[in-house]
Write a protein that binds this ligand. Structure first.
Ligand SMILES: Cc1cc2nc3c(=O)[nH]c(=O)nc-3n(C[C@H](O)[C@H](O)[C@H](O)COP(=O)(O)OP(=O)(O)OC[C@H]3O[C@@H](n4cnc5c(N)ncnc54)[C@H](O)[C@@H]3O)c2cc1C
Ligand code: FES
Ligand code: FES
Length: 1310
């Protein structure tokens, strides 16, 4: 630490107001400062690692050298406040407000239904807003690109993109991209179909309905900041924090001086490497050096033999510069520039690209750096400078591999990078494969360059660099050297593959796993480069231009839509600080099954700001309620179990102290991680469940063929954008405790907290206004976490704010149950299935949670839409030493039915039929009984199937795909259509009861409360619609504030797609009671106004408050008899998906999706369609990119946006058609249907389409030893699975390690 006296003032602007920080702390981020110091809570915290975009704000800076203002988006969680000296920050509050003026970006996001839970909305607004500040008339591609760094877990992105595209010169207003007409108009022309189908037009509002965008209305850049930037006497600034010092030199010599003085201090440029390393790797730096804008770092010179780019250029600026060079220079000179540009498009999101600098990227030398392998292949040089002088070094293998003699010397900085232009016979490519196509670190990437002898195919120089296969980028220099002089032909390729495999090998248990896949990718990427050069030599063209995504749009707005978009919708952590409040950090178990020998809290308690360490000893009541343990006691049963918590005055102090708590363990056997291990140890959470019809054994004897198989379906993380957050406020009197939290089940929280504190439930009040997404993950877990927080509040006597960080949330709360499905199917040659015997096992984790219910659902729902006369299904929940899995949208159905579709596909393959033919043949056709004897009429199922077949032009497209596949060797097209019969509700009648409370005030306004929770699914919007209709007043009269155990006691969970069904009935009941009471008044004055009736009613002493109640649907299930009327009704649907699969890399692209969903009568089509699209995209994630990785010892390895990939905006289908189909549903309110979950499973049409494409690839190698007849499928179909399933000469070359000889990095737990 330098001895420095005093600290300079930090000056920046936020939303036009000057901020002067007297003693800025270098460790404080902009996000923290905005939320905690300035109370601007519109900017959200969701991941803290730059990976989700929820914290996006706009930074504007004036450059004294160019005299221009640059606006760019940043993720505030990675911006140290000290880096903002001289900058202007705009947050969502500075863009617009419902209190003053809503900005057009906010208005359109809300009106286009781009908000559901609203947690991502401020970030979305800021990304579009920043784009418009730079490009008031953007192209559709720019809109999509601008949103590439923002995650949304609810909407499926389409309406968000659509809202942004309304600012384009020619916005697409309808999902059917035909000029001039919208799909509604075409629909009207389709005589005969109108009465059976309600086609959801995705038409936007007329542009006239929106406020116009007027760039001249935007705030001006603060003149004071221009004066500061132009000040000729700028001097070094010093900011002194609690533990660290920030030095900001104003000139290059000063920077070099500091670099020499503090050679170990990081040079903070974008902070996109240093920031995450501090946070996640625990690095500590006492000194930071971060230059103010230095012109020497911002040079750009494209004259001569190449382009010189100053190291201070952000990657976004680099991209702009390369774009301009590519448009000016002949194409043979820009091979390297184009390869870089290509990767810059997919490297992170715009925010990170706007922050990260070229110098930082090069100097970091990360193993999966996307640019360095290309720069190296293109023979780039680096210009270094220090106090001692300047020098140029090559950015080559030695530099990237970290050789000390080839790297930076102490005191040196990267001044600029020189990228040479390519020559005529040179080809340069950047190649990569990631878990998700964009905004995801590569699994393996490569930069390759070949220089051929002029006019020939003889190799003069070859450069191949790989990232992702070692601790640094590696060069295949030996192999490349051996190939010089060889012809660019197949023989050379074979040798190159063998040479590379020999030269660069990963050990079998290598960090990151996927060893065989990574080896295969090395060869596949080389082969892609080989083909590219071959084609260029023979003048063949490359891939056609991908068309832009095609959106859909709808007409009704979410009740809180505008508040979401302006950031004024308050989530729990947005609540202002409560006096005396403490922050809580968790200490979690690092062992899967162990005895706790000791907990040493001494060091933690001695740290500043720490108030208490809370353990099981502090729980006044029960610490183990219904098998759920609040604080571990004596033993731990999974990695991630809460052992103790630390309460401190700031979160930073609590977290630091938590890291100092020492827990000593002694492992206990057995440690059970996988389902297989659970079966070996007969470790179960609940008894077996079974349903059976017909005579399965007998039927197997009379069929043409019997096949058996097993399918592994891995779990899924909820990844709600708002992590679990609780504010627990103890009251001094009567042992009361008030909790504010985002939950789907306030009653459950009340129960657990009361139990933990040993008080009656009437002392515990739980308030829930909204949750930033839930998807099942906030049904049971908030109760456990609520109890943990309440015990801390009780012990300290102070309010406790408990916000789980993303990594902790993923670790502690677990997610969807991994499932193992085993099937035996007996069928006729025609494809007709006569008998099915199914066994399902789910990995429940260490405590009961809802695993029993999930396995019951799995068993009940397992027949999906198929009638199998002899059918048996058994299921069991396994107890393992993993964190306890819980409810997740679809509740077991999405996992189980993928097994069903797998055997449908297998039967089709054996009968040489299309899977769709087998599906249709075995589908329920007439009023029938399910396997558990519940009667139903599948007519809407048949209609959805038929409509989907017709309107998706399935058969014509299937033929076209077959033609395509015949002609394309390395890219295959797959198409699949699947049916769905989805159950709503639960087989327990009392879980369907609901209550509501409606007050009418004397001014006529209505306060509506019900037991359901608003999770982004639009429940409150629908409830207001119900009340509006029943009371005959506009929705503007009705207010809905929150859900609370104080107003509606004992409410059941909001889940299972039945929120509207049951709460709607209760609201209707309350409103009808009130209307009945008002009838005498209305009869006497039928032409009167609502306000007059209310006044009169009051004067006549008529009560204006009523409770409403719904007893629930009378469902039941008798497991002994294996029969019951288990569900109130079914939702039917069908979906068709078409994908392209890149057989060499394992990448896939969803080209088109068609969904037909039986919505009966939709109360709010905009909300319903939003649910379907959101669920479909979430399903797509489950079945393709979302992969949880566990170590063999049970540690979750994927704990953040870096390692876990939910779909982004670029994953949504280019064509996405959603049609709601009418039917009748007298059971539910207004004959509607619950659609929250059903769309999830329809996402499996994507995995089925992938299987189809993979099968086409394997067909080409039919008969080869490595290609068994039945494709062994699994979920998710990740790039790894796809690549390894598309067997070819490259996969055959990969050496297979003997599994008994090493410990794998990660294992499959299903
Ligand atoms: C969410 C996220 C997603 C990402 N995705 C990708 C991706 O898909 N592909 C990819 O390749 N990368 C990705 N990255 C990494 C990113 O490219 C790098 O973090 C970035 O380029 C580093 O630049 P910086 O300016 O932020 O460096 P900083 O973090 O400021 O500094 C990094 C290091 O470089 C040193 N340094 C900085 N500038 C200089 C200089 N001029 N001279 C000498 N030393 C210097 C510093 O001392 C420090 O040690 C991602 C990062 C994040 C946070
Ligand atoms: S919270 Fe900053 S990007 Fe996620
Ligand atoms: S609306 Fe985007 S995360 Fe909920």
């Amino acid at each position: 630490m330098p001895s420095l006296s005093g600290s300079d003032e930090l000056i920046f602007f936020v939303n036009g107001k000057k901020v002067v920080v007297k003693k800025p702390d270098p460790e404080v981020t902009l996000l923290f400062y905005l939320r905690r110091e300035l109370h601007l809570t519109g900017t959200k915290f969701a991941c803290g690692e730059g990976g989700c975009g929820a914290c996006t704000v706009m930074v504007s800076r004036y450059s004294a050298s160019s005299k221009q203002i640059r606006h760019y988006p940043v993720t505030a969680c990675l911006v140290p406040i000290c880096s903002l000296h001289g900058a202007a920050v705009t947050t969502v509050e500075g863009v617009g407000s419902i209190r003053t003026r809503v900005h057009p970006v906010q208005e359109r996001l809300a009106k286009c239904h781009g908000t559901q839970c609203g947690f991502c909305s401020p970030g979305m607004v800021m990304s579009i807003y920043t784009l418009l500040r730079n490009h008031p008339d953007p192209t559709p591609e720019q809109v999509t690109e601008a949103l590439g760094g923002n995650l949304c877990r609810c909407t499926g992105y389409r309406p968000i993109v659509e809202s942004g595209k309304t600012f384009c010169a020619n916005p697409t207003v309808c999902q059917v991209k035909r000029p001039g007409r919208c799909c509604l108009e075409q629909e009207e022309e389709e005589a005969g179909s109108v009465h059976t189908r309600e086609k959801m037009c995705t038409k936007l509002y007329d542009k006239d309905e929106f406020q116009p965008l007027d760039p001249s209305q935007e705030p001006i850049f603060p003149p004071e900041l221009i004066r500061m930037a132009e000040d000729p006497n700028k001097r070094r600034l010093t900011f002194q924090g609690e533990r660290t010092t920030w030095l900001a030199p104003a000139t290059l010599p000063d920077l070099l001086e500091l670099r020499a003085e503090f050679p170990q201090a990081p040079l903070i440029m974008g902070n996109t490497t240093v920031g995450p390393d501090i946070k996640f790797k625990g690095e500590f730096h006492p000194v930071f050096v971060s230059p103010l804008e230095l012109p020497e770092l911002c040079v750009l010179n494209s004259e001569g033999d190449g382009v010189t780019v100053g190291s201070g250029h952000s990657l976004a600026q680099l991209s702009d510069a390369l774009q301009s060079i590519v448009s000016q220079q002949p194409s043979e000179r820009t091979e390297t520039c184009r390869a870089l540009l290509n990767h810059l498009r997919t490297l992170a999101g715009v925010q990170i690209r706007s922050m990260a600098t070229l110098g930082g990227h090069v100097a970091t030398r990360a193993t999966v750096s996307d640019l360095n392998p290309i720069l190296a292949a293109g023979k780039t040089t680096i210009h270094l400078v220090s106090k001692e002088g300047e020098r140029q070094i090559p950015l080559d293998g030695a530099f990237l591999e970290g050789s000390p003699r080839a790297g930076l010397r102490p005191g040196e900085i990267v001044l600029s990078v020189f990228i040479p232009y390519s020559s005529q016979w040179q080809f340069v490519s950047g190649l990569r494969q990631a878990q998700r196509q964009e905004n995801a670190m590569a699994i393996v990437n490569a930069g390759m360059s070949v220089r051929l002898e002029d006019g020939s195919s003889t190799i003069r120089d070859l450069q191949v660099f790989y990232g992702g296969i070692g601790p640094t980028v590696l060069s295949a220099s030996r192999t490349c050297g051996q190939l010089v002089g060889r012809q660019w032909d197949d023989q050379m390729l074979g040798e190159a593959c063998r040479g590379i495999l020999d030269e660069l090998r990963l050990p079998p248990g290598a960090k990151g796993g996927q060893v065989e896949f990574r080896h295969t990718l090395m060869l596949s990427l080389l082969f892609k480069f080989y083909l590219r050069v071959q084609r260029a030599l023979s003048k063949l063209c490359v891939d056609p231009h991908q068309p832009p995504q095609d959106p859909v749009g709808h007409p009704v707005m979410h009740q809180a839509g505008l508040k979401h978009a302006t950031g004024e919708a308050a989530f729990v952590d947005d609540l202002p600080l409560v006096s005396q409040e403490l922050f809580l950090a968790v200490v979690t178990s690092t062992r899967a099954h162990a005895k706790i020998i000791s907990i040493d809290t001494g060091e933690a308690l001695a740290l500043p700001g720490v108030v208490a360490v809370i353990t099981a000893e502090d729980v006044p009541g029960e610490n183990n309620h219904q098998g759920e343990i609040f604080y571990a006691q004596r033993e731990v049963v999974c990695v991630g179990q809460i052992v103790c918590t630390v309460a401190a005055d700031t979160y930073a102090h609590a977290r630091e102290a938590a890291q100092k708590v020492k827990v000593e363990y002694e492992d206990i056997e057995p440690r059970i991680i996988t389902i297989e291990q659970a079966l070996e140890h007969s470790s179960f959470l609940s008894p077996e469940r079974k349903i059976e019809q017909g005579n399965v054994e007998q039927a197997f004897k009379h069929v043409d063929q019997v096949i058996e198989g097993e399918v592994h379906v891995e779990g899924q993380e909820h990844f709600y954008m708002e992590t679990q957050t609780i504010l627990a406020v103890p009251r001094a009197e009567d042992k009361e405790m008030v909790l504010h939290l985002g939950t789907q089940f306030p009653t459950h929280v009340q129960e657990f907290v009361a139990t933990a504190l040993n008080v009656p439930r009437n002392r515990i009040a739980c308030h829930m206004r909204r949750a930033g997404g839930a998807f099942g993950g906030k049904v049971t877990k908030p109760a456990l976490l609520g109890a943990v927080a309440a015990v801390a509040a009780k012990k300290t006597g102070r309010p406790i704010r408990f916000v789980l960080e993303r990594g902790d949330d993923m670790l502690i709360t677990a997610g969807r149950h991994p499932l193992l499905g085993r099937y035996k199917v007996g069928f006729m040659k025609s494809g007709l299935i006569k008998a099915v015997d199914l066994e399902f096992y789910i990995n429940g984790g260490c405590t009961p949670d809802e695993s029993q219910l999930v396995i019951e659902y799995v068993v009940l729902k397992s027949e999906n839409a198929y009638y199998i006369p002899n059918f048996r299904c058994r299921g069991r929940a396994c107890k393992t030493n993993l964190p306890s899995n819980t409810a997740f949208r679809g509740f077991g159905f999405p996992q189980a039915t993928v097994v069903v579709e797998a055997y449908m596909t297998a039967v089709a393959s054996h009968c040489d039929l299309l899977p769709e033919e087998v599906r249709e043949m075995n589908m329920y056709k007439r009023p029938s009984q399910t396997a558990y004897r519940q009667r139903f009429d599948p007519e809407p199922l048949r209609r959805c199937w038929k409509d989907c077949l017709e309107h998706s032009s399935f058969h014509a497209r299937k033929r076209a795909a077959e033609d395509f596949n015949r002609q394309s060797r390395w890219k295959k097209r797959g198409l699949a259509m699947i049916p769905m019969k989805y159950t709503i509700g639960v087989p327990v009648a009392y879980y369907h009861q609901a209550a509501a409370l409606v007050h009418i005030y004397l001014d006529g306004s209505v306060l509506l409360t019900h037991g359901g929770c608003e999770l982004g699914q639009g429940l409150h919007t629908k409830m207001m619609q119900v009340a509006s209709r029943e009371l005959g007043i506009p929705t503007s009269y009705i207010h809905l504030s929150e859900t609370s155990t104080v107003t509606v006691p004992n409410a059941v969970f909001t889940a299972g797609s039945m929120g509207t069904d049951i709460n709607g009935k209760a609201v209707q009941n309350a409103c009808q009671t009130l209307m009945a009471r008002l009838q005498p008044v209305i009869r006497r004055n039928p032409k009167g106004k609502w306000e007059e009736w209310i006044k009169k009613a009051f004067e006549e002493s008529i009560s204006l408050s009523a409770t409403g109640y719904f007893r629930g649907f009378q469902t039941n299930m008798d497991w002994d008899k294996e029969r019951g009327d288990a569900f109130p009704y079914y939702v039917y649907g069908a979906a068709c998906a078409e994908v392209d699969v890149d057989c060499l890399s394992g990448a896939h692209k969803l080209l088109r999706a068609d969904i037909f969903m039986d919505a009966a009568f939709s109360i709010n089509p905009a909300v319903d369609i939003g649910q379907i699209e959101g669920a479909f995209v979430q399903g797509m994630g489950l079945y393709t990119t979302e992969e949880l990785k566990y170590s063999p010892k049970g540690k979750l390895r994927s704990q953040g946006t870096n390692d876990y990939k939910i779909p982004t905006v670029t994953e949504i289908p280019e064509e996405f058609h959603v049609t709601l189909v009418h039917s009748r549903n007298p059971v539910a309110i207004y004959s509607s249907k619950g659609l929250g979950e059903a769309g999830m499973f329809l996402g499996s049409s994507v995995i089925s389409a992938i299987w189809d494409a993979v099968a086409a690839a394997r067909k080409e190698r039919k008969g080869a030893e490595s290609v068994p007849e039945t494709l062994a499928v699994r979920s998710p179909a990740t790039p790894e699975w796809i690549r390894m399933a598309c067997v070819d000469q490259f996969t055959d070359m990969i050496p297979r390690d003997d599994p008994s000889t090493f410990t794998p990095w990660s294992i499959c737990v299903s």
